[in-house]
Design a protein around this ligand. Structure first.
Ligand SMILES: [Fe+2]
Ligand SMILES: [Fe+2]
Length: 343
């Protein structure tokens, strides 16, 4: 028996309601607690830390690193699919892809804003991305060779992102958790449009079907690698779990993704490129072949097929767009001046 699909919407239901808000207010209403005790109490009570609350420096730094990397991934992730906007096969597909890529820019915006609540400047994070000191998800260093890759990215890459991000809606840092709720709703649309696009291709001509299968073959293992190294090699996992930034380990999330995706591949009528994929009655999960983690580390180090191209593109965009940024800054300055005069 295949497992029940965990599903994004079911997990989203766990996210805060009025009761949570009341409990948070109660945790905050503790004049006796010093900073550390307050932080520990909020985490133990499974409540949210807010920007002005006391927090350990290491917690703040971990969040800055994670949220910045997440924000960079959203905007770098616009490139592989943006590559196909001008070549989408119909006006409808073009409109869908345009709005999807635009959503990713929006996700970057929410996330940079969430990171800024931790006292870092967006300009500095951006500079660290351009200098290579901060990373982005290695999945975006793979090329989009055919139109079917857009479908495979939506289905597999956005699908993996949902599995990773739904638990982040319950992350202990309030602004990150709240940004994730909106991001996950939009990611659901991304995943479905990818699935639907592949569904059509899989039922098209022989060539279209082959193109869809080839895209799935190339994106399957890099998607599995999106969950990061195995738990035995994961450096940040344990502490992040204690702080309730992370709720599940890399291996748990990877397994959840595989269990969901096998059934969806059956509906698509496409094969997943793993001959050892099999339902394990005892474990209640699918057995599968692990991705090549050597390749993952190599891509993280900068040696993926498109690392250089992605960064060159980003740097060029920063240089070419500087006049727009300058104009926006000047506009904001004038607006602030005007507001100050009228107050
Ligand atoms: Fe996104
Ligand atoms: Fe997405």
């Amino acid at each position: 028996m295949p497992p029940e699909e965990p599903g994004a919407s079911g997990l989203l239901d766990e996210v805060s309601g009025a009761e949570r808000a009341l409990a948070e207010a109660a945790a905050r209403d503790r004049p006796d607690a010093d900073g550390e005790a307050f932080f520990d109490a909020v985490i133990a009570a499974d409540q949210k830390i807010e920007p002005r609350d006391a927090m350990p420096e290491a917690y703040r730094k971990t969040l800055v690193r994670q949220i910045a990397q997440h924000a960079h991934s959203e905007i770098i992730g616009m490139q592989p699919e943006g590559n196909w906007i001008s070549r989408a096969p119909s006006l409808e597909r073009k409109a869908i892809l345009l709005s999807k890529v635009q959503d990713e820019a929006g996700h970057g915006l929410y996330l940079y804003a969430a990171a800024e609540t931790l006292g870092v400047d967006r300009k500095d994070m951006y500079a660290q991305l351009l200098s290579g000191r901060q990373k982005y998800s290695s999945i975006f260093n793979y090329p989009t060779l055919t139109w079917a890759d857009v479908g495979a990215i939506g289905w597999l890459v956005d699908g993996a992102a949902i599995v990773n991000q739904v638990p982040l809606c319950r992350c202990s840092y309030g602004p990150y958790a709240r940004a994730m709720i909106r991001v996950c709703k939009e990611e659901s649309f991304h995943q479905r449009q990818g699935f639907q696009s592949l569904y059509v291709l899989a039922r098209g001509t022989t060539k279209q079907r082959e193109m869809a299968q080839d895209a799935v073959n190339r994106y399957w293992y890099p998607s599995l690698a999106m969950f990061g190294p195995p738990d035995s090699d994961s450096t940040h996992s344990e502490q992040s779990m204690e702080w309730k930034i992370k709720r599940y380990t890399n291996d748990e999330l990877r397994q959840r993704f595989v269990d969901m995706t096998v059934q969806q591949a059956g509906v698509l009528g496409l094969d997943l490129p793993d001959p050892d994929l099999a339902w394990n009655e005892e474990r209640g999960h699918y057995d599968f072949t692990q991705p090549d983690y050597g390749e993952l580390f190599d891509v993280i180090k900068g040696n993926g097929p498109c690392n250089r191209k992605r960064m060159e593109h980003r740097r060029r965009a920063a240089e070419d767009g500087e006049w727009v940024a300058q104009a926006a800054r000047e506009y904001a300055r004038k607006q602030a001046e005007r507001t100050a005069v009228s107050v």
